[in-house]
Write a protein that binds this ligand. Structure first.
Ligand SMILES: *Cc1c(COP(=O)(O)O)cnc(C)c1O
Length: 362
């Protein structure tokens, strides 16, 4: 018998969320972001769930090649671009579009001899200070790229730092859009700006935000980038992590639970042992009180998460027994709520899901 922990992937929810992203930005084409094994959901599933996307974007070369092998014929974008000259051959052979964010990459392109032209995304750093050319270096980088014979289409891209914070007083999205416009002034090519947070604000920003190609990730998986809940945005969870109660203990007042006896019972209580631990990807730093469902009833984690197990308070669910179903996140328990309690974000929980967790589809 396998351990009872299972991640169920809801392909219908992925399709639904994709349609939501398309509705939010109806004028744009859409790169569905599938990096990190489709945020932990599996690349093959993303291929089916996001079959309606205009392109797929990721950072891993091996996975990009696999997408072609699995039959994806529409565009693929490498969000970090290429790392060494040999990568350019893979890009030409598989028709991969890549970001260009530094002079060293332009030098590699100048030195390359390839059998096919490459379509590229020239990236501007508009304040995120991660990848890209400064706005005042951008036109020169564009001209140098344009002069390379093996370069085909050049799209223009940037990435927002604070799109999830409408009230940001430092570097609000409007400021990054302004810098992008000024750095890209007069340059031809389609623009790709919006991540999920910006897609979700397209209606508010209207013509101020022009992103011919959007790049949503997290919203497609039914979680949100900011404070507002997935329900408010009408997004559906694409991953439900469930397990079962595999042990029960009755403890008296003053007794401790788990390593370090980090939880101490105020009164006599029932404790449920769940087959889910940090080696499954559940965050070890999740504190006492992190929400969990047992037989559909909300209760909470108690004590320290161990490698294969964690303990929960059965006080609100006295009927719980060995085999009772436990939901760690997903349908019935938003991943964002669990993430917030654990001091992280839904993204990290999804991506951290361990390979030993069985994954099924419904
Ligand atoms: C990951 C990533 C995205 C998607 O971001 P979400 O917040 O998940 O929507 C978009 N663009 C780039 C460059 C990324 O690295």
């Amino acid at each position: 018998m396998p351990r009872p922990i299972v991640a169920t992937i809801h392909l219908d929810a992925m399709k639904y969320n994709l349609a939501r992203a398309q509705t939010c930005a109806p004028q744009s084409r859409l790169w569905a972001v599938v990096k990190a094994d489709a945020y932990g959901h599996g690349l093959a599933r993303a291929l089916r769930g996001f079959a309606g996307a205009d392109g797929l974007a990721l950072v891993e070369f091996e996975q990009a090649v696999r997408l072609r092998e699995m039959g994806w014929t529409k565009p693929i974008l490498l969000l970090e671009g290429f790392f060494e000259p040999a990568d350019l051959e893979t890009m030409a052979a598989c028709g991969l579009n890549g970001a260009v964010h530094c002079i060293e990459q332009i030098e590699m392109l100048e030195a390359a001899r390839l059998p096919a032209k490459l379509n590229l995304h020239l990236k501007m750093n508009t304040g995120m200070n991660r990848l890209g050319f400064k706005p005042d270096e951008f036109a020169a980088a564009h001209a140098r790229l344009r002069a390379i014979p093996l370069v085909g289409e050049i799209a223009l891209m940037t990435h927002f730092a604070n799109a999830d914070q409408p009230q940001a007083d430092y570097l609000p999205i409007q400021e990054q859009i302004r810098r992008f416009r000024s750095g890209a002034l007069g340059l031809p090519g389609s623009c790709s700006l919006s991540n999920s947070a910006a897609v979700l604000r397209q209606a508010e920003l209207k013509d101020e935000l022009v992103s011919h190609w959007t790049r949503p990730g997290i919203m497609l998986y039914g979680a949100t980038p900011g404070e507002k809940s997935a329900v408010e945005f009408d997004l559906r969870p694409s991953m439900t992590l469930t397990s079962a109660i595999i042990g029960k203990q009755s403890i008296g007042a003053g007794e401790g639970v788990g390593y370090g006896s980090a939880f101490r019972a105020a009164q006599a209580m029932q404790v449920g042992v769940v087959a889910c631990g940090y080696a499954d990807g559940y965050p070890r730093h999740a504190p006492h009180g992190t929400p969990v469902l047992v037989d559909g009833v909300k209760t909470c984690l108690i004590g320290r998460v161990s490698m294969d197990m964690m303990m929960v308070d059965l006080t609100p669910v006295p009927q719980a027994h060995i085999g009772s179903r436990v939901t760690l996140w997903g349908q019935g328990l938003p991943i964002d709520e669990v993430a917030q309690a654990a001091g992280t974000i839904g993204y990290e929980l999804m991506c951290a899901l361990a390979p030993r967790v069985r994954m099924i589809e419904d």
